[in-house]
Design a protein around this ligand. Sequence first.
Ligand code: PLP
Length: 484
Amino acid sequence: MVEWHGFAGAVKRMPQTTIQRNRAKLRAYPEEVSMSEQLLQETARRAARYLESLTDRDVVPTDEAVENLSKFDEELPEGPSAAQDVLALLDDFGSPATVATAGGRYFGFVIGGVLPATLAANWLAGAWDQNVGLVVMSPIAAKLEDVALSWLLDILKLPAESGGAFVTGASMANFTCLAAARHAVLARVGWDVEAQGLYGAPEITVVVGEEAHSTLFKALAMLGLGRERVIRVPVDGQGRMLAEQLPQLSGPAIVCVQAGNVNTGAFDPFREACEIAHRVGAWVHVDGAFGLWAAASTEYAHLAVGVEQADSWATDAHKWLNVPYDSGLALVRDAQQLRGAMALSAAYLPQREKREPFAYTPEASRRARAVEVWAALKSLGRKGVAELIEMDCRHARRFAEGLRAAGYEVLNEVVLNQVLVKFGDAETTRRVLQAIQEDGTLWVGETHWQGHTAIRISVSSWATTAADVERSLEAILRIAQEQA
Ligand SMILES: Cc1ncc(COP(=O)(O)O)c(C=O)c1O
């Protein structure tokens, strides 16, 4: 039976020989430093060494590093191990087998890095081990949700009275916002969907763009609204919904638009969608996983014009705000509709004096994600966030310019941070991609865009420098020539 004696005690209770071994390993530390502090200092030392290694390391792990993961193939240990030994195993064989997404040359999917202040906040919050479900469980975590939420609405230029939920990512944010939408549009016709479900409910018309993100369809599926039971609005060559093709609506309806197409970075026509939808009391939801952040920069805010007229917005903090995974945000203009969908039961509905975090999210117990969101906004400030967005967009334009100058076809208008490039036919493009991935200088992935097989470059990290872009561009062009 394991007996706990607090953090330091848990280390001290290890067999004497293990402690001695660990002490010997940690000779660099003064004797008076407690065991727990030694462990955390050792963690910091290892983590710093890891982050420093990303400057020169290949983005992908070596074959040897992946093979060495067999070190983790062991039977469940019968007895305890010293925390330092657990950490050493994790770092010695885990760190080399990571993909360097925290570095400056990872351009796959849409993946942000981790800002220093957010990593530090994440560590401290880990030590706090707060459950942010209720204010009484963690006044600080609840406070930071309040502060971060109001800062987010401010920086994204969304209505200040909106409610919000700190969830795992944009998938869950889409789900949460669409649950609020489902609640609201059915409540307007006298149907309580939380109490009665969808059995016998009035039908909801759901409108999406032809290029909506796959996770939006998953959210619709999870909510019983169906992946296929939707009206798909045709799009232009950049994936933007054609405003003139938006259907006239009647009855309960939800229109889903997008801020930032995952392939092209393009934005849907928000004003037109809101005008058509709001005429009949329909709900407009915006999937803005990364693109919503354009609103935080005066240079790019024009792309998001009209987005503030919508009823709900899903976005990620782990993408362009560069906080550690996982962190998504569901923002809803009428906080009561979000509470209506997410409160544990109708009994929880009456507004309390303070915002109880659990009344806005699918989960009851949950980690304090707002700590890192707050730290990102506090450390960057309004100006720093705008600079981060603008820097990454500048890097994306440089990629496009360098690729075009070398004669390769960039398929999209590079309006934001996404670049689509092809190297001739699908087979050649795939060959180039495979060689780039094997080379290790950078990482990019394959995508399919309106009949083309392409490589997608997404610049979303604070860590990417102009030198990273030049080094990556050189590698792409060298490999493309070799594979031509
Ligand atoms: C437009 C869009 N929506 C939703 C998502 C899903 O985000 P997450 O992986 O954080 O759930 C993404 C991911 O790239 C996206 O680009």
